[in-house]
Design a binder for this molecule. Structure first.
Ligand code: HT7
Ligand code: ZN
Length: 893
């Protein structure tokens, strides 16, 4: 396999300012005529060949300036079409054919539900026509679509210029996108679709048409998506001064899709799971996810499309920044119309959810064989680098710049970024340069040179905190020391590879022994929270006028993506969990207590000792559960037990079944010991009346359903009846799924299985709900490999649909600790089988599943050997895709 290196970047020798694409669409043979205006760049060699990428295409003809090319002036290989001897300015015309109906990769042009869709990022355009498939070649596109009348809706990027019926009965339309774009942002959709639309006025007073397209019959489920789009448009105007630049913006829902959505210019294509919702069939989490993904793709219009990436190593330039923007959008929407205290809590809830996701997915990635900097140095298959590191850690790196510059400074940096780079394909350094231009004005004599290391070093830094208090001088000295050991490929560089310290914004508060927060005299100001800027391996800060040894509240708001090492006593954690005024740090303290408790239980389980929960821990949980000052949404987060993935990061040798037993024990024990309190929470957080996905009722449901799961897990008297009743009477999908999940995991008797069967019968025609049905069972405690295999024989199961594969296979392999990590290795054999089966259909999806065994070397010895064997089996398979090959080889290196 070929490795591509960031250091090898070379500009493309040609500009392609204009492209005309004409499609004769047919499922079995689509003909594409691609006419390009090609200009050699000044300074490029006169004999530079025009090298175009192409994959899985049939060449019909190639011509230059109207004349067909002879065989000696071009060369066709598996992956390229090279044209020699081009004049400095030429029109190149290529006619090719592809077969969308046979395209199971869902990259390029494909058929889903009888309609045509495209997916071009990162390298899918080359499956549509031969082209310079790289983001720094930007062109203006004119697109003609011709198709039979059974495809009445014909869409592409930009503005609709013409529409007519052809003499042969087919329809023909022409679209023109006024903005130059890289080919990965090209899109077309053709089919039988319905739509919902609205017209809004932009900040500068232009009318813009917003549309959401979906399958006929689903128009009742697109209201939330369209409303979310309007909110996103308004938010970008208000918070960043960025306006929609097109007259028309379309979103199209498709059921077969590899990721969440795609930001094609003016024609976003979405996984239907992030568009369709109504109260009956979608959960609170679905509503939240839709708003956030619609925001994300819409925000790409500026951060990604107007300013794009020079090369794919710069992916985090658009993804990290856009995730940061979507996180802020969601936080602002959640805090909207609330008083200051409620808004702070709502924002903390969003921050907690984002950090939980980061720790569950990105921290393990950063500690495993696929560890890479947010701007990778090399890749074999770019599709494998749409990772939690590039996206979520990338967003944290942007967030740290926001923290260092402040809201106003960050906005000034963004304005400067667009002033410098609108219409260009640029690098992560260009972004930091713009931010630095503001930072150096704010902080004379300082710069962001150390900060830039976040872009080139991988791994999660650890920050050790030492706190010394001198009663005589009433001084408290805080010492921060950072360390980040080489990870992944960095380790291969050997002992010479030395990692340099990071620039870490570290937010800290101090509480006295009664839990009151102490004023911090720092940097000439008196604050409740001080932002320490750690830029060397170790630094000290002194806080004056501190009478007694304080309890530190560290890394408030998770001000940097690091791991904190500080040895709080359990009593100190309980104090922070009860009193910290920073809601994020308060949550963190409770989670640390729960983590200690579960790890101790897992150890007891491994040693064959009886399990019992600590009274102090139960009391801390009781205090959170009964504190009237905290709202339901926050309380649900505070009382959620840390996930198995987060806990695994804290184990010396990972033992998922032991962790699962420990968590289950604690869930049940809390249910028993706090039964009265949970019952009260269950009763007091009912949300009768019309369903609303708003944060307050959603928070109440989260708390109520958490209480229900504890009560049922504890086998509390009447809990099963409460769950059955909730399931039968639920007026929304959140409540029915929560009750069904509690019942199939902790319930008794025939009801759970009967309910499951009835659920399927009721929802069999709604694929998004059928996915939920599969997912619930795949992750259930009692599900074994045998059950998973049986579920695969269900008539509704197919590997060809990524959502369905994710619902069953991924849920089982990633979220069913007992089934997947059975000591007999059967889970790993199942995994290997499914990776290979998927690889034959859809390598991008197969490679994502392949990553489930990334961290095998960190597991307990009994699981390590069968995991390694399964990885070896996959690696030895002939004809493996480049995608899976890269993942399993790195895992085994
Ligand atoms: N920019 C997009 C990333 C993407 C993608 C989407 C769908 C299918 C395959 C894909 N490969 C890459 C989505 C985003 O981050 O907004
Ligand atoms: Zn994105």
């Amino acid at each position: 396999p070929i490795t591509v290196y960031r250091k090898d970047y070379q500009p493309y020798p040609y500009d392609i300012p204009e492209v005309a694409l004409a499609f004769d669409l047919a499922p079995d043979a689509t003909e594409v005529r691609c006419t390009m205006h090609v200009q050699r760049k000044p300074g490029a060699s006169a004999d530079a060949a025009l090298i175009l990428d192409g994959e899985d295409l049939e060449l019909v003809s190639v011509g230059v300036n109207g004349a067909a090319l002879t065989a000696d002036s071009y060369h066709l290989s598996e992956q390229n079409l090279a044209i020699y001897g081009l004049p400095a300015d030429a029109t190149v015309e290529i006619i090719s054919r592809c077969k969308p109906s046979a395209n199971s990769t869902l990259m390029g042009l494909y058929v889903s539900g009888g309609n045509f869709f495209t997916q071009c990022e990162a390298e899918g355009f080359r499956r549509i026509t031969w082209f310079a498939d790289r983001p720094d070649v930007m062109s203006r596109y004119r697109v003609t679509l011709r198709a039979q009348p059974q495809y009445p809706v014909l869409l592409s990027n930009g503005n609709l210029m013409a529409s007519r019926q052809l003499p042969d009965g087919r329809n023909e339309v022409e679209w023109e996108d006024p903005f130059p774009k890289p080919c990965y942002l090209f899109a077309l959709v053709a089919g039988n679709l319905t739509h919902r639309e609205t017209t809004v006025k932009t900040a500068s007073g232009r009318d813009v048409l917003l549309q959401v397209y979906s399958d006929p019959g689903s128009e009742t489920k697109t209201e939330w998506a369209l409303d979310s789009l309007v909110r996103a448009l308004r938010w970008d105007e208000t918070r960043f001064g960025l306006e929609l630049d097109l007259d028309r913006f379309m979103i199209v829902a498709v059921h077969d899709f590899n990721m969440g959505a795609m930001e094609n210019k003016g024609l976003n294509i979405f996984n239907a799971a992030y568009v369709l919702a109504d109260a009956d069939s979608a959960t609170d989490a679905n509503y939240e996810g839709i708003e956030s993904v619609i925001g994300h793709e819409y925000f790409h219009n500026w951060t990604g499309n107007r300013v794009t990436c020079r090369d794919w190593f710069q992916l985090s330039l658009k993804e990290g920044l856009t995730v940061f923007r979507d996180q802020e959008f969601s936080a602002d929407m959640m805090a909207h119309d609330m008083d200051a205290a409620a808004a702070a809590s709502a924002r903390a809830v969003k921050r907690i959810d984002d950090v939980v996701a980061l720790r569950a997915a990105q921290f393990p990635e950063d500690a495993g064989p696929m560890a890479h900097p947010i701007r990778p140095e090399s890749y074999q298959e770019i599709g494998n680098f749409y990772t939690a590191t590039v996206y979520e850690k990338g967003a944290e790196v942007i967030r740290m710049q926001h923290t260092l510059l402040g809201e106003e400074g960050f906005r000034a940096g963004m304005d400067e970024y667009f002033r410098r780079h609108d219409g260009q394909a640029v690098t992560c350094d260009d972004f930091v340069d713009a931010m630095e231009s503001v930072y150096v004005r704010q902080h004379p004599g300082r710069d962001l040179s150390v900060f830039r290391r976040w872009y080139r070093q991988a791994g999660t830094p650890r920050v050790a905190v030492k706190l010394e208090h001198d009663a005589a001088t009433r001084r408290c000295t805080v010492t921060l020391t950072q360390e980040c050991l080489p990870v992944g490929v960095e380790r291969k560089a050997g002992a010479d590879y030395v990692k340099a310290p990071y620039h870490i914004p570290f937010a800290i508060g101090l509480l006295n022994q009664d839990g009151r927060s102490l004023p911090l005299r720092h940097d000439g100001a008196v604050q409740e929270t001080a932002l320490l800027e750690l830029t060397t391996s170790s630094q000290q800060w002194v806080f004056e006028d501190i009478d007694e040894r304080p309890v530190p509240s560290l890394l408030r708001d998770f001000s940097a993506p690091v791991i904190v090492d500080y040895d709080w006593t359990d009593e100190e954690l309980a104090l922070l969990s009860a009193h910290d005024t920073n809601p994020f740090a308060r949550w963190e303290a409770g989670q640390e207590l729960a983590t200690r408790q579960i790890l101790a239980l897992a150890e007891a389980r491994q040693a064959g000792r009886t399990l019992h929960a600590d009274a102090a821990f139960i009391n801390a949980w009781r205090a959170l559960l009964t504190d009237p000052a905290i709202d339901a949404a926050y309380r649900a987060r505070a009382l959620a037990l840390p996930s198995e993935k987060t806990l695994a990061e804290r184990m010396h040798a990972v033992d998922p079944p032991a962790l699962a037993v420990a968590r289950d024990f604690l869930r049940a024990e809390l249910g028993r010991q706090l039964a009265a309190e949970f019952r009260l929470a269950f009763e007091q957080n009912q949300t009768p009346g019309e369903y609303s996905p708003a944060p307050v009722p959603a928070g109440m449901r989260a708390l109520k359903n958490l209480a229900l799961s504890h009560l049922l897990a504890a086998g509390e008297h009447d809990a099963q009846r409460l769950a059955e009743q909730q399931y039968e009477r639920a007026g929304n999908m959140t409540d029915s799924m929560a009750a069904l999940s509690a019942l199939i995991n902790y319930g008794q008797g025939d009801f759970p299985q009967e309910a499951l069967a009835a659920f399927y019968d009721k929802w069999r025609d709604n694929p998004l709900v059928v996915d939920k049905w599969f997912a619930l069972q795949a992750a259930a405690r009692s599900t074994t490999v045998h059950t998973a295999r049986e579920l695969m024989t269900h008539p509704a199961f197919t590997l060809r649909n990524p959502n369905r594969a994710r619902a069953l296979i991924f849920q089982f392999c990633l979220n069913n600790a007992r089934g997947m990590h059975h000591p007999d290795g059967s889970g790993y054999a199942f995994w290997a089988e499914q990776v290979l089966a998927l690889d034959a259909l859809n390598p991008e999806i197969a490679a994502r599943l392949a990553r489930a065994l990334d961290n095998w070397a960190r597991f307990v010895p009994a699981l390590r050997a069968p995991m390694q064997a399964a990885l070896q089996q996959v690696r030895a398979h002939e004809g493996l895709s480049r995608n899976v090959q890269e993942i399993v080889s790195k895992a085994l290196e």
